[in-house]
Design a protein around this ligand. Structure first.
Ligand code: NAD
Ligand code: UDX
Length: 469
């Protein structure tokens, strides 16, 4: 058995590294058209930050794990081909802003069809609209090369920041398909480290749809608790207390009830919009509207947070220095795709704030690129005002202290553990008064910060300040 994976991204890289680690007898070849990414996978500085990943790659690389741009060759040699390419939201034409852009999937299928000989098992690892496997099958059989194919759906449920843990010990592995032999071949790979009772098999369409549904349900929980956070701020209830109170009901459960500045990441919004598009396609307008509200609520949460900052700071942040702690969409990743921080920073810049941004893992170039993209319209234009604001009003620094010196406020946008460990006395001493702290993750020890003298505005909580302020 030889495996190849097309797409060396956040899913392809860690997933294949785990298979290579757990199955030392299976050669695993990960290919990508992006030479820079492949070079990084072959270097000491991997292209993605993920706790525990370096060790696994170091163990398997050069033994049975290879990274290259030799896509054709890898396809020709493999028995099982994973497709793990990106499926972003379409930005043009029919379904723009909703449907998944499937051009990368189609290109892969065509490339497989051109280079395949004998029998291949093609595994959809990317998240896809339900019934994509049908199109993949048709494309694969269109070349008449004599090669034969089985197509399986095997969606990935890992979350960034905990990818290695999730891959090592998943709640379940889902395999959808028609051919029992192909399903067994893939199950055998996973069975090297995952109990058979956790390998679920379904038909192709259920598997494809389960992935979109799982993400929609998870995102819905975040939007639900964020909706309640607004009511908490208006009424004096505390969202963390409400989350604890409802989360101890075993029917509800405690996970995914952490109120925040809004969910980010490359998956939730994209997959819900994809679900919405599918529902509309099938004429299920009420169902589509129901799910779309999860995204609407999330956008509202981001806007609500930046507006709260401006309103609290006497209705103006113009020329005030604001320290931004965290830019990644969650802790323990360098990924910023759809991070709430991007939109909050953009809105604060448009209020003429001076932002000093610190994130432990996100480089300055990424921050500037993301802000520019958030100011770019459908036709690729950025207006001159926005461009000037990003150039002149954004400084990226190397730690929380530098970010906060002479600042009027701190906004915590990512829940990095190191933010809990800083010397808040020292930070407070270096700031303007009143020293506002906007905790967008309810991460910090608020009583301790109140002691220092901060005025605290946290998600889903009433404002707090020391009584003698
Ligand atoms: P990514 O953008 O990090 O990686 C995709 C890679 O595919 C890129 O490096 C790109 O260069 C490469 N690629 C695209 N077309 C190619 C082609 N024709 N030939 C060779 N290489 C090609 O994306 P990702 O985050 O790894 O996501 C991949 C898929 O997995 C998506 O469908 C996503 O929805 C799904 N998914 C992502 C996550 C996550 O946490 N990121 C989790 C579960 C599922
Ligand atoms: C998600 C799914 O969890 C994973 O199963 C799927 O394979 C890919 O999409 P990911 O986006 O990597 O994973 O991270 P996740 O932990 O789900 O967090 C997504 C966003 O929701 C982050 O911005 C996070 O900060 C936010 N979130 C999550 C909350 O605001 N509150 C919570 O309680 C949980």
């Amino acid at each position: 058995m030889k495996i190849c994976c097309i797409g060396a991204g956040y899913v392809g890289g860690p997933t294949m590294a785990m298979i290579a680690k757990q199955c030392p007898e299976i050669p695993v070849h990960v290919v990508d058209m992006n030479q820079e990414r492949i070079d990084a996978w072959n270097s000491d500085r991997l292209p993605i930050y993920e706790p525990g990943l370096d060790e696994i790659v170091r163990e398997a690389r050069g033994r049975n794990l290879t990274f290259s741009t030799q896509v054709d060759q890898a396809i020709a040699e493999a028995d099982m081909i994973f497709i793990s390419v990106n499926t972003p939201t379409k930005t043009f034409g029919m379904g723009a802003g909703r449907a998944a852009n499937l051009e990368f999937i189609e290109k892969c299928a065509r490339q497989i069809a051109r280079n395949a000989k004998g029998h291949k098992i093609v595994v959809e690892k990317s998240t896809l609209p339900v019934r994509t496997a049908e199109a993949v099958k048709r494309i694969l059989s269109s070349e008449c090369s004599g090669a034969t194919f089985d197509v399986l759906s095997n969606p990935e449920f890992l979350a960034e920041g905990t990818a290695i843990e999730d891959l090592l010990n998943p709640d379940r592995v889902l395999i959808g398909g028609e051919s029992e032999a192909a399903i067994n071949a893939l199950s055998d790979v996973y069975a090297n480290w995952i109990g058979r009772e956790r390998i679920l098999t379904t038909n192709l369409w259920s598997s494809e749809l389960s992935k979109l549904t799982a993400n929609a349900f998870l995102a819905q929980r975040v939007s639900s608790i964020n909706a309640i956070s607004a009511l908490c701020e208006a009424t004096g209830a505390d969202v963390d207390e409400v989350a604890r109170a409802i989360g101890t009901d075993s029917r509800i459960g405690p996970k995914f009830l952490k109120s925040s500045v809004g969910f980010g990441g490359s998956c939730f919004q994209k997959d819900i919009l994809n679900l919405v598009y599918l529902c509309e396609h099938f004429g299920l307008d009420q169902v589509a509207a129901y799910w779309e509200q999860v995204v609407t609520m999330n956008d509202h949460q981001k806007t609500r947070f930046s507006e709260r900052i401006v309103k609290t700071m006497f209705n103006t942040v113009s020329n005030k220095k604001l320290a931004i702690w965290g830019f990644a969409f969650k802790k323990d990743t360098n990924d910023t795709r759809e991070s709430a921080a991007i939109y909050i920073c953009r809105d604060l810049l448009r209020e003429r704030a001076q932002l000093t941004i610190y994130d432990p893992k996100v480089p300055e170039a990424t921050i500037r690129r993301d802000l520019l993209a958030a100011c770019t319209d459908m036709h690729g234009h950025v207006n001159a005002d926005d461009q000037a604001l990003i150039e002149n009003n954004v400084t990226v620094v190397n730690d929380c202290y530098e970010a906060s010196r002479d600042a009027h406020a701190i906004a915590v946008l990512t829940e990095w553990d190191e933010f809990k460990e800083v010397d808040f006395q020292k930070i407070y001493a270096s700031m303007h008064r009143p020293s506002f702290l906007f905790d967008g993750r309810n991460l910090l020890d608020h009583p301790k910060l109140l002691e220092c003298g901060f005025e605290i505005h946290a998600i889903g909580k009433s404002p707090e300040q020391r009584s003698n302020n």
